[in-house]
Ligand binder design. Structure first.
Ligand SMILES: [Zn+2]
Ligand SMILES: [Zn+2]
Ligand SMILES: [Zn+2]
Length: 786
């Protein structure tokens, strides 16, 4: 059939377009529009040739952009006109260009709307089948064992497709066409309920019902989820939640909640439109949202915390359970504190012994641990191009834990390949909230959140992730990057690997890596002012850094300013006891007088004060620090908000929550406590931010009985104002905010607003965490410029 005015175009589509139902979508679209041609996967995306009337081709190109499946993301599309071929129909071309590796590995995606419908449809052959998936949803990364992404390279390889599933898999117009992990009750994985000894007590539908009823009775249920085990208890039962806390030895750290529906979340949380969209997105992360005053939940879910970590079901199994439960449950990582999430059911019986009462398991193996991701929404800013085009500020997503749904999506850190970059580069991250990264060309692939490398299990997960990246991308690193800290486990691993492979090792200063990671997210070039605030990072000068202002590019940095140093009283012990940082601050402010003066809200006995003063005088085991995290601790302790911390960030959060109450009442208009910018005596640092006037004014307010909320708000505002002064002194137009302290959304918002008001362009994290989970990206790009 020769058409009049026919045109044929070749379209290269880049972005997340593989493993997300993109080819069947293009196929259906082409059929609807009666176009001929083909679509196929390539190394970096999808290639389409489409032929038909000029106007129809135009419409096709438009719809490829606008109507793509929700889990796909079209980043680039380049179109060229090619000679008309007059082929008969449109097809999906299976062959990937020969010799080319497909580098696109799709993330795990929450159950799509079509699959949810089938799950609830008594006439569908997958009615209530807990493992249904399609091209647009289901496990991907968590069951991949090798590339390319096809069934034989997943943990589904052991399940042979039945004839019905096979027919769906083969049919180009079926929504399960080449959906690699599909299965049904006849051919797929099987669900079982085990008692704590690992003996089967029910299977299939009965396992679901029994699990529900045991949970309702207050038991702790371990559920094998998408990327690992979760521990569930009834979130309304104080007794059950407290039991889980006691068993996990986790006294205060907030638990995440799984809700049966978005309506249910709304009745417990105040949700913005952005938060609703994130909850219902294919990534289905845990979203931190403000708790409603009238939310009737066990206090032990998130003690003293005005936010709840909320999520919706991400798998059919979760949907089935929640449909029966119809109330929120605690769904926290299935691990012992500090260990990585458990993935194997036999392992779970051993490692969750004494924590879980029953285990809901199945026989689809999980290839690697992938935790639930955690995100929050902060008021947005105007960055880069948007700013030039006069765009309105929009909400910003901050990823606090990057795992399920987001991993392994690559971060493009430059437009195209840069000359002279030695790649691939392996970056091994830090010690806390570890991730590892592999830079190849203009992309960096980050591993999922692996946790703190302080246990044998975490170390094993770390080594597996390093091997994983190399195996999946089929490369061997030519450069290895690590933290400057000589004693991190990740550093010693990097040293050994570099020696084995005979490749260079590039140690990267901790806060430089933080700044570089944020720069890479926004593809910034040239120098910026990097504000890197966190708990601790090795400075290289024997001090523990953490309240840093750098003038930095990828290649180098200079320390423009830092907090005036104080003692990290007793080293590690100061992390758990905020009162130690308070004592160290007072010591610098007034020396021996801290023993005699009255501090109304500082709950430290005279004996303790004397002990602290003795250590501070000698300086034993108490290195100098500029840590902003410890400075927050000091404020938490002096104000009486927190004296003992059972998890990292607890004290800082207490100060944040107090300040947010004030911010709500009167906007964020309070005047900050004063800080002085003074010239440093040391040749390596230009200025010091002297916090003594701030602490003096705060003590004055505490003595006069001012409200803690206002004091905490003035503290936050003072930090923001000091940042503006450093930025003005540094006189660089672009400012990058990074480091764990910027998980504090009030601090992030305040600092950004004040800087923008003063005319600076501010960049914050949106794709990798501001905390140490983003270090590996920064290390990789710094090493790329070496
Ligand atoms: Zn689906
Ligand atoms: Zn089947
Ligand atoms: Zn850090």
């Amino acid at each position: 059939m020769r058409r009049t005015l026919a045109q044929r175009v070749r379209v290269e589509v880049g972005g997340t377009v593989q493993g997300v139902g993109f080819r069947p979508f293009v196929y259906r679209l082409a059929h609807e529009l009666a176009l001929s041609g083909w679509v196929r996967n390539t190394r970096n995306g999808v290639l389409i040739e489409a032929e038909g009337g000029v106007a129809v081709v135009e419409m096709f190109l438009q719809k490829v952009r606008t109507d793509a499946p929700p889990s796909a993301s079209v980043e680039t599309m380049s179109t060229t006109v090619v000679p008309v071929l007059d082929d008969a129909s449109f097809s999906i071309n299976q062959s990937v260009e020969s010799g080319q590796r497909v580098l696109v590995i799709p993330p795990d995606l929450a159950t799509c709307a079509d699959c949810q419908r089938e799950l609830a449809d008594p006439h569908d052959r997958r009615f209530r089948y807990p493992f249904l998936t399609c091209t647009q949803c289901g496990p991907r990364y968590s069951l991949l064992t090798a590339i390319p992404y096809e069934r034989s390279n997943t943990t589904m390889a052991r399940f042979e497709l039945c004839s019905d599933c096979s027919a769906e898999y083969e049919r180009e117009d079926n929504r399960r066409f080449h959906a690699e992990p599909i299965a049904c009750r006849t051919c797929g994985p099987r669900l079982c309920l085990w008692n704590e000894q690992g003996h089967e007590i029910a299977d299939g539908e009965e396992a679901v019902q029994r699990a529900v009823s045991l949970l309702e009775q207050g038991l702790v249920l371990a559920v094998k989820g998408l990327g690992g085990f979760q521990l569930w208890v009834d979130a309304r039962s104080q007794e059950a939640v407290q039991r889980l806390r006691d068993r996990k030895r986790r006294p205060d750290k907030p638990f995440a909640l799984l809700f049966p529906s978005i309506d249910s979340v709304r009745s417990y949380c105040l949700l913005s439109l952005e938060e609703e969209a994130l909850l219902s997105s294919p990534q289905a992360p845990i979203v931190l949202a403000g708790k409603r005053q009238d939310a009737s939940l066990a206090d032990a879910v998130a003690p003293g915390n005005p936010y709840l970590g909320a999520m919706l079901s991400a798998t059919p199994l979760h949907h089935l359970l929640m449909a029966s439960l119809q109330h929120p449950v605690v769904a926290t990582s299935g691990n012992r504190s500090e260990e990585p999430i458990v993935t194997d059911e036999r392992d779970a019986v051993v490692r969750l012994k004494g924590i879980a009462d029953v285990l809901l398991v199945h026989d689809r193996p999980i290839a690697r641990p992938v935790d639930d991701s955690v995100v929050c929404v902060v008021p947005g800013n105007i960055q880069g191009k948007d700013r030039e085009q006069g765009e309105e500020p929009k909400a910003n997503i901050v990823i606090l834990r990057r795992a399920r749904g987001y991993v392994p999506q690559a971060i493009r850190w430059s437009d195209g390949l840069l000359d002279g970059v030695q790649s691939p580069i392996l970056a091994v991250g830090g010690h806390h909230k570890n991730t590892v990264a592999l830079l190849t060309g203009d992309r960096v692939m980050l591993s999922q959140h692996l946790g703190d490398l302080s246990t044998v299990e975490a170390d094993r997960a770390f080594r597996q992730a390093v091997e994983d990246l190399q195996r999946l991308l089929q490369v061997t690193p030519r450069v290895i990057a690590c933290d400057l800290h000589p004693d991190y486990r990740s550093t010693s691993f990097a040293r050994e690997l570099a020696a084995t492979l005979s490749v260079p090792l590039v140690p990267v200063q901790h806060h430089h890596a933080h700044v570089a990671s944020c720069m890479a997210e926004h593809k910034l070039d040239g120098d910026v002012l990097g504000v890197a605030w966190d708990g601790a990072g090795y400075g290289g000068d024997g001090q523990v850094w953490g309240g840093e202002f750098f003038i930095a590019g990828y290649r180098q940095f200079t320390r423009c300013a830092s907090l005036t140093p104080f003692r990290l009283l007793g080293g590690e012990a100061a992390m758990r006891e905020p009162s130690r940082s308070a004592a160290a601050i007072l010591w610098e402010l007034m020396g021996e007088q801290m023993l005699t003066q009255a501090f109304p809200s500082w709950r430290v006995t005279h004996n303790q004060r004397e002990k602290f003063a003795g250590i501070l005088k000698s300086g034993i085991a108490s290195p100098w620090t500029t840590s902003m995290g410890r400075f927050f601790d000091a404020v938490a302790s002096l104000t009486g908000l927190c004296h003992q911390a059972s998890f990292e960030g607890q004290a800082a959060m207490a100060v944040q929550f107090a300040a947010e109450q004030e911010a709500e009442a009167s906007g964020i208009t309070v005047e900050g406590y004063p800080m002085d910018l003074v010239s440093s005596q040391s040749p390596d640092t230009k200025w010091l931010i002297d916090w003594r006037p701030m602490v003096s004014a705060m003590l004055e307010d505490l003595r006069s009985g001012h409200r803690l909320e206002k004091i905490a708000a003035r503290f936050h505002a003072g930090l923001a104002e000091a940042t503006v002064r450093v930025a003005q002194a540094a006189s660089l137009p672009r400012v990058v905010l990074t480091g764990g302290c910027f998980q504090n959304r009030l601090l992030l918002t305040l600092v950004r607003q004040r800087l923008e008001k003063a005319g600076f362009t501010v960049y914050t994290h949106a794709r990798v965490p501001p905390n140490d989970g983003g270090l590996s990206l920064g290390q990789a790009v710094v090493a790329a410029h070496h």
